[in-house]
Design a protein around this ligand. Structure first.
Ligand code: GCB
Length: 596
C-alpha cells in the first residue's frame, strides 16, 4: 500500500454524493464505434466475476483501484474482493441469472483478467461491447477508461495505452437503474433486464485501420450506382480498394484526411424479400480489410406509397420484442431464426423490431432470409424532451444504431419514437432526431409510431411533416372498445404520406376460451384481428401493418389473473410454441391479401 493510500481518509466517501460524476466522462459514442464487418475479435464471452452493488459502493469507495490481493496481504479492511464474489456468464442478464436477482435495478461489477500479447502488425486494441443495459463504466488495471449511455447499442474504447503485456484486470460497472434522464425513461412496458447481454470482444487492429465502411445503392440512380463512404481510424490520406468479385468489379478511391466518399458505377442484381441476393464486398486499406455481405436495394416514397426497387410494396408485418422467459434480452441465433420462421408462417415480409435496437445479427439474418425491417430507438412514452443531455443521448443511440446497421438491405426505416405526446418540446426533440437520421443515412425512410388526435378522431401529429412514413398505434376493439372509432378515424384522415398501422391488437391468454366479446379469450383477440384487417385492407394510404405482436412477453406492469407479469398480446404464447387463434386470422389475411 502506498503512503498516499495510507493517508487517505477512510470515511470521506460516506459523505460524498457526487461520487459518480468522475465516471461519466470520456463517453463512447457513435464516433468511437468501430464496424465489425467480418472482423474476428478475441472473445471475452464466458465467465466473469460478478457482484451486485445496490449502494454504489464500488464507485463511492473506488473498488476498481484496489489491487487484487489475497486477504492475508490486506493492510486495511475491504468491502470488495472480486475473487470472492459470484460468477456470471457473459452474455447474459443478471435478472434471469438467479431468482433473487430478478428485480435488481442498480449497479453491478463485472471483473475478469485479460491476457495481452502485443503484436507489431496489430498493435492497437479496442474493447467492443455489444450492449450493456443501461449505463456502463469501464476500468482497466484500476484506471477509469470511459462511460457509455444507452442500453441496446454497441460501443468501443481504445485500450492500447493502458494495456500491459501479460495479465490485465478489466472491470465494467453496468447500471440498469431507470432514471428520468434516460432513453427510455422510468415507465416502460417491457422487462428492465440488466447486464452485459451481448458479445464482448477485444479487436486487435493495425496502426491505421478502417473504422467504418458503407456501400449502398444510390437512391434514384436507376439502380446503376453505389454510394461509398469509408472512415479510417486516423486523419491520413491514401487509397482504399473496394471489390465485389461476383460483379468482377474493383475500384480504387482516394482517401483524404481519413475519409473517402465516392459514387461507383455498378448494376447489381437487386435485393428484395423475393430474392435476397447479397454480394461479398471487400474494403481494403493497406493491410486492413473489412468483408461484408451486402444486398443492394432502393426504398423511397411516392405520394402515399412505399416503393421498393421502384415498385409499390405492402408491408405485411408484425412487431417483436427481444424477450425470453429463460434468457431475458439475450437473443441467440436460434431464437432469432425462430422469430423469422414464425413470421414467415404468418405470411410476413416485414418486422418492426420494437422498441430499441435488437441484436446486430437480427438484421444480418433478415438480409439473408429476405425480410424488411423497421429498427428503432427507445424514445418511448414520456421522455425528458426539454433536456439537451437527453437529446444528446437519444441522438447518439440513433447514430450508433444507424452506423451499426446501414449496410443491411433489410433495414428500410429508422423509427425515432413511440407514442410520445405531441407537445412543443417533443416536437423540437424529435425533429432533431429526424435530422440526425437523415444526416447519417439519406437512403432510408424515417418514421415514428404516433398517437392519433383523439378529440377529432384523425391521424394528426405535428411531427408528420418531418417523417417519411407515419406510424399509427391504434387499439380499437381493445383499449378503445367502440370499434366504430376506427372507421371514423380512417374516413376523417387524409394523410399525404404513407401510413403504417404500427400497432394494434388485444391481450389473450393462450388456451383461454370463451365468447368473442369476453376479454382475454383467444376468440376475442381473433375477432379484433378480423375486424382490424377488414377495416384496414381497403384504405389506400395504408401501406402496411405491424400488429402488436409475435410473442407474449414479460411486463411487470401487468398483474391481472390473465397477465401475471406478462403482456399477452402475442399471437404466440411466451413458450414461443403455442399459437393463438388470432395467428391464423392474420396469416389468412397476409397469405391472401394483394393490394389493389
Ligand atoms: C403500446 C406500446 C407497447 C405496449 C402496447 C400495449 O401502444 O407501444 O409498448 O406494450 O401498447 O400492450 O399496451
Amino acid at each position: 500500500m502506498s503512503a498516499r493510500e495510507e493517508l487517505k481518509d477512510p470515511f470521506a466517501h460516506l459523505h460524498d454524493e457526487a461520487y459518480a460524476s468522475p465516471y461519466d466522462g470520456n463517453p463512447a459514442t457513435a464516433d468511437t464505434l468501430l464496424a465489425m464487418g467480418g472482423r474476428e475479435g478475441v472473445s471475452l464471452n464466458g465467465t466473469w466475476n460478478f457482484t451486485l452493488d445496490l449502494f454504489d459502493e464500488g464507485l463511492r469507495q473506488k473498488w476498481f483501484a484496489d489491487e487484487p490481493l489475497s486477504p492475508e496481504l490486506w493492510r486495511k479492511p475491504r468491502d470488495y474482493d472480486a475473487g470472492a464474489g459470484q460468477t456470471i456468464t457473459v452474455p447474459s442478464c443478471w435478472t434471469t441469472w438467479k431468482p433473487e436477482w430478478k428485480y435488481f435495478e442498480g449497479g453491478a461489477w463485472y471483473t475478469r483478467t485479460i491476457e495481452w500479447l502485443p503484436s507489431p502488425e496489430r498493435p492497437r486494441a479496442f474493447l467492443r461491447v455489444g450492449a450493456a443495459n443501461y449505463r456502463a463504466r469501464v476500468f482497466l488495471n484500476g484506471e477509469f477508461v470511459g462511460s457509455h449511455r444507452g442500453g441496446s447499442t454497441p460501443f468501443c474504447f481504445e485500450l492500447t495505452e493502458q494495456l500491459r503485456p501479460g495479465e490485465n484486470r478489466l472491470q465494467i460497472q453496468v447500471d440498469n437503474s431507470r432514471h428520468p434522464s434516460h432513453v427510455p425513461m422510468n415507465h416502460i412496458d417491457w422487462f428492465n433486464d440488466g447486464g452485459l447481454y451481448r458479445d464482448v470482444d477485444i479487436l486487435q487492429l493495425p496502426p491505421v485501420f478502417i473504422a467504418d465502411a458503407t456501400l449502398q445503392l444510390k437512391p434514384i440512380s436507376d439502380f446503376s450506382a453505389l454510394d461509398l463512404e469509408i472512415t479510417l481510424s486516423d486523419k491520413v490520406s491514401g487509397t482504399a480498394n473496394i471489390s465485389i468479385p461476383e460483379l468482377d468489379a474493383t475500384w480504387s478511391v482516394d482517401i483524404v484526411d481519413g475519409k473517402a466518399r465516392a459514387t461507383l458505377a455498378a448494376s447489381p442484381v437487386l435485393w428484395s424479400p423475393d430474392y435476397p441476393k447479397r454480394y461479398e464486398v471487400t474494403f481494403a486499406y493497406e493491410g486492413d480489410r473489412i468483408v461484408e455481405q451486402i444486398g443492394f436495394r432502393e426504398v423511397r416514397i411516392e405520394g402515399t406509397r412505399i416503393l421498393l426497387n421502384g415498385k409499390s410494396i405492402y408491408l405485411k408485418g408484425i412487431c417483436v420484442h427481444e424477450d425470453d422467459v429463460v434468457v431475458g434480452k439475450v437473443s441467440t441465433e436460434e431464437d432469432v431464426r425462430r422469430r423469422f420462421a414464425d413470421a414467415r408462417d404468418l405470411g410476413c415480409n416485414f418486422l418492426r423490431l420494437s422498441h430499441y435496437p435488437h441484436h446486430e445479427h437480427v438484421a444480418r439474418i433478415a438480409d439473408e432470409l429476405g425480410f424488411l425491417l423497421w429498427e428503432e430507438i427507445p424514445v418511448y412514452w414520456a421522455i425528458d424532451f426539454d433536456s439537451d443531455s437527453t437529446l444528446a443521448d437519444a441522438g447518439n443511440q440513433l447514430r450508433e444504431l444507424i452506423r451499426r446497421d446501414r449496410n443491411r438491405a433489410s433495414v428500410i426505416l429508422w423509427g425515432i419514437g413511440n407514442e410520445n405526446a405531441d407537445t412543443d418540446a417533443r416536437y423540437q426533440f424529435m425533429k432533431s432526431l429526424a435530422t440526425i437520421a437523415r444526416e447519417e443515412d439519406s437512403s432510408r425512410l424515417v418514421g415514428a409510431a404516433c398517437l392519433i388526435n383523439r378529440e377529432e378522431f384523425r391521424i394528426e401529429d405535428r411531427l408528420a411533416e418531418h417523417l417519411d412514413v407515419i406510424g399509427i398505434n391504434e387499439y380499437f376493439g381493445w383499449y378503445e372498445p367502440d370499434f366504430s372509432g376506427l372507421q371514423t378515424l380512417l374516413a376523417n384522415s387524409t394523410p399525404e404520406k404513407p401510413v403504417i398501422i404500427s400497432e394494434t391488437g388485444a391481450d389473450a391468454k393462450s388456451d383461454f376460451h370463451g365468447r368473442n366479446d369476453e376479454l382475454y379469450t383467444e376468440e376475442c383477440q381473433a375477432r379484433i384481428y378480423a375486424q382490424q384487417v377488414a377495416s384496414i385492407a381497403s384504405v389506400n394510404y395504408i401501406c402496411g401493418l405491424t400488429p402488436w405482436l409475435l410473442y407474449d412477453f414479460r411486463s411487470e406492469r401487468r398483474q391481472t389473473v390473465f397477465n401475471q407479469g406478462f403482456n399477452r398480446k402475442g399471437l404466440i404464447a411466451e413458450n414461443k410454441k403455442t399459437r393463438k387463434q388470432a395467428f391464423d386470422v392474420l396469416a389468412k389475411f397476409y397469405h391472401s391479401y394483394e393490394r389493389k
